[in-house]
Design a protein around this ligand. Structure first.
Ligand SMILES: Cc1cc2nc3c(=O)[nH]c(=O)nc-3n(C[C@H](O)[C@H](O)[C@H](O)COP(=O)(O)O)c2cc1C
Length: 401
């Protein structure tokens, strides 16, 4: 016989932390909830959205369920190392920030805040062509390991100037993004606009309902596309103007011969970002790229593709152990990062996971996101019976039952 009154639930109701102190967030999911509470709908949708039916977006999360861990016991794990050599230099963690554009919509001075957070953590920082800070300014921040991401717009002089500027600024890696011949069809994002440059009335009212975000924007002003403005007609050099210009100027005529040209011009490490087949991994290597990012752009470009997690093992088998394979799309937990490394990735790039922290609390929030993932990676290694990320192999995984 039960001594509990009938209406007492057997499980206490569970709630995420609902305050604003990022140090209280225990998970990336909690930072996400905090970010979504602060952001107006149009910028939250820009951050979150995937293309069309969002099936790729969903698969990026589901793919981790293909595997389970098979931990070994009674292995000493007291000297755990999370550091990883990436392109011949140590990274304190086997992660880096993925290049993301328009971060200024999430937090004032967002790109610099994120760059400083990555520098403090000793990991690479990816800066997008459509970022809101000058490449030279961010590459010069103390301790930043700067990687520049290239979108190819308009005429040759534009990419040549961007690439030369990145080299002069001391950028280590050039990431050529190749899954954006046209913009992905993110309909939920588009629905917030009545016309290309104008929010709907309802989206405007929603902005008013997010005064913390609005006040930050009002103080800092609309973010600018500092690296692109010189190439845009003077009348269009506004936030929405450049954003529109960039969408309509993407170069669709781009093939592997462009990689050859880029290879001749760029003296640093060259990485092709957005590769989704083994054939294209091999093609990238053949054209002189130093590595690839296996990526579906976080589900934002072509819908009905599969998670790049599933490509890691076949890609590693095809290129052998020495070619650099980075991966992104869908990573929100240390366990998931460890899984990708066990399958053969060198490192994982993080898009939204760090942006949630950034949008919840600027630099402190981004640092908190990195700390959460670092702690989770560390705990996962310990509980798996593996003392270093370099010792991870597919042996720690089994197909999910
Ligand atoms: C808000 C946002 C903006 C992005 N902007 C760019 C960009 O400018 N250039 C680029 O190569 N990739 C961009 N990406 C894709 C990321 O580099 C990365 O591939 C993706 O975020 C990985 O998925 P995840 O968000 O699930 O980690 C963007 C992603 C997001 C979420």
């Amino acid at each position: 016989m039960s001594f509990l009154p009938r209406d007492v639930p057997s499980q206490p109701p569970r709630r995420l932390y609902a305050g604003r102190d990022v140090s209280r967030a225990l998970t990336i999911a909690e930072l996400r909830a905090m970010a979504l509470a602060r952001l107006p709908r149009f910028s939250a949708e820009y951050l979150e959205g995937g293309a069309e039916e969002e099936l790729t977006l969903a698969d990026n999360r589901r793919a981790f369920d293909d595997h389970v861990f098979a931990p070994r016991v009674l292995v000493s794990v007291d000297r755990r190392s999370k550091s990883r050599m990436i392109f011949g230099r140590p990274s304190a963690l086997p992660i880096g920030s993925a290049p993301t554009g328009l971060n200024g919509l999430l937090w004032p001075g967002a790109d610099a805040a994120l760059a400083r957070a990555t520098a403090a953590a000793g990991i690479p920082f990816g800066q997008s062509t459509v970022s809101n800070a000058l490449v030279a300014d961010l590459a010069a921040l103390p301790g930043v390991r700067h990687w520049f991401q290239l979108y190819v717009f308009g005429t040759d002089d534009i990419w040549e100037t961007l690439v030369d500027n990145a080299h002069r600024a001391g950028s280590e890696v050039l990431l050529l993004t190749v899954d954006g011949a046209v913009m992905g069809n993110r309909e939920w994002d588009i629905r917030n606009y009545a016309r290309p440059l104008e929010l709907t009335l309802s989206a405007k009212l929603d902005v008013l309902a997010h005064p913390r975000w609005l006040l930050d924007l009002w103080r800092a002003g609309y973010p600018r596309f500092s690296n692109l403005e010189p190439f845009v007609p003077a009348a269009d050099r506004t936030f929405f103007g450049v954003s529109n210009w960039s969408k309509s100027s993407l170069r669709a005529a781009l093939d592997w011969s462009f990689v050859d040209r880029l290879r001749r011009r760029w003296p640093g490490k060259l990485v092709i970002k957005g590769v989704q087949t083994v054939e294209d991994v091999l093609e990238a290597r053949r054209h002189g790229a130093d590595g690839v990012v296996l990526s579906n752009h976080g589900g934002r470009q072509l819908d009905r593709t599969t998670s790049p997690l599933r490509l890691i093992a076949p890609a590693r088998a095809a290129v052998g152990k020495d070619y650099t394979l980075l991966v992104d799309s869908g990573f929100r937990r240390g366990t998931e990062i460890v899984m990708a490394l066990a399958l053969g990735a060198d490192a994982v790039l993080l898009g939204r996971a760090l942006l949630y922290g950034l949008a919840a609390g600027g630099e402190r929030g981004a640092k908190r996101a990195i700390d959460i993932l670092a702690t989770e990676i560390d705990r996962t290694l310990a509980l798996l019976g593996v003392d270093s990320v370099d010792e991870l192999t597919p042996d720690v995984l089994r197909p999910a039952p």
